[in-house]
Design a protein around this ligand. Structure first.
Ligand code: AHG
Ligand code: MN
Ligand code: MN
Ligand code: MN
Length: 335
């Protein structure tokens, strides 16, 4: 059986007519290597004493888990050494992390959510890593937060790793969304799901329903229609799934379709939403669009938002085209 590895895939992407630059290919390889190391740590669990809280607080006001801190350090150290970056930004850091002078610098900015779904670590449920690659604005030497404030449509690559029963890396460089599975014996990423496609229709939705009383009218209407099943206006039953690790919920949608919503609600309105635009919404929206899905805030395309802050939060509604478009239409009608 001939297996295409991540390295082969990226070299072919570099050679074909869409040719990604060599330094972007090498940058992605460094990220993939760091992710492999995170996967080892996540996989050891209690044996390595990596579960539980670190008892520090991050800039989001969250108590960090030990693995939030470990994953963040692994990504920072692997990538500052790599030579292709001007700076990095992370969910776990207040401001940009610059490249130490002892290392060469490059033209890209790397943005990441080192450990997504960290409330699930201690209960042994899938967690992940999300990343996004932007070009550093021309002439900027030591990038400040401002350099990162680019609309998601300018991303040159994005991906997530999901540490589940198997470890997977799902990647886009703007030529479709492609899934790789980690072969633990060989240490290789094997292309197992080329050109992933999100089906346009679905009977599965994903939302934290404990917040139902806080939703805006268009979301409340949409979800109640789904819950009404065969007796409601949709005339069919819908199933619900909520892992509370965005990577796992999005990965399910990438695999078999679905709609994911973390909408604006009465309580998160003061923050602009729940999920982070740069670390979560933009990379996931790029991956979803490249797989034929749609990603919106309910009011506009996620990838068209002009970011105003590194840690900005936004509403996110993404997945199967026809369902997301329906929710967007309900917003248009109501607001
Ligand atoms: P993180 O663990 O990186 O802070 O992200 C958590 C996010 C996301 O993964 C998930 O979809 C959502 O928060 C879960 O929110 P609830 O706690 O409301 O379920
Ligand atoms: Mn967090
Ligand atoms: Mn997250
Ligand atoms: Mn996180």
């Amino acid at each position: 059986m001939s297996r295409v590895t991540l390295t082969q895939f990226l070299i072919e992407q570099q050679r074909n007519e869409n040719h990604i630059p060599a330094d972007l290919r090498l940058l992605i390889e460094v990220v993939a290597r760091a992710v492999k190391t995170i996967s080892v740590h996540v996989g050891k669990g209690a044996v390595a004493g990596v579960l539980g809280s670190a008892e520090t607080e991050n800039v989001q006001g969250e108590v960090q888990k030990k693995l939030d801190v470990i994953a963040n350090e692994l990504l920072l150290h692997a990538n500052e050494w790599g030579g292709h970056l001007a700076a990095m930004a992370s969910e776990e850091l207040e401001g940009p992390s610059l490249i130490p002078n002892r290392y060469p610098k490059g033209e890209y900015l790397l943005v990441f959510d080192p450990l997504d779904g960290s409330s699930n670590i201690d209960v042994n449920i899938s967690v992940g890593t999300i990343f996004s690659v932007l070009r550093c604005p021309e002439g900027v030497v030591d990038p400040t937060a401002e350099a990162f404030l680019q609309p998601g449509r300018t991303q040159v690559a994005a991906g997530y790793a999901v540490y589940g029963p198997s470890t997977m890396l799902v990647l886009t460089v703007g030529t479709g969304t492609h899934g790789f599975t980690l072969d633990r014996e060989f240490g290789a990423w094997v292309l197992t799901q080329p050109d992933m496609q999100i089906p346009p229709d679905t009977r599965e939705f994903s939302i934290n329903a404990s917040r139902a009383r806080l939703w805006e009218a268009p979301v409340a209407r949409y979800i109640s229609e789904l819950q009404a099943g065969t007796e409601g206006p949709r005339g069919q039953d819908f199933n619900m799934r909520w892992v509370a690790s965005m990577v796992a919920d999005v990965h399910r949608i990438m695999t078999r379709g679905g709609i994911f919503l973390y909408p604006l609600d009465e309580r998160n309105r003061k923050n602009g939403g729940h999920l982070r635009l740069l670390y979560e919404a933009n990379p996931m929206s790029f991956l979803v669009e490249q797989a034929g899905g749609v990603a919106s805030t309910g009011r506009e395309r996620v990838l068209d938002l002009q970011p105003t802050g590194l840690h900005q939060r936004v509403p996110v509604i993404l997945g199967s085209r026809n369902e997301v478009e329906r929710v967007v239409a309900y917003h248009r009608e109501a607001l």
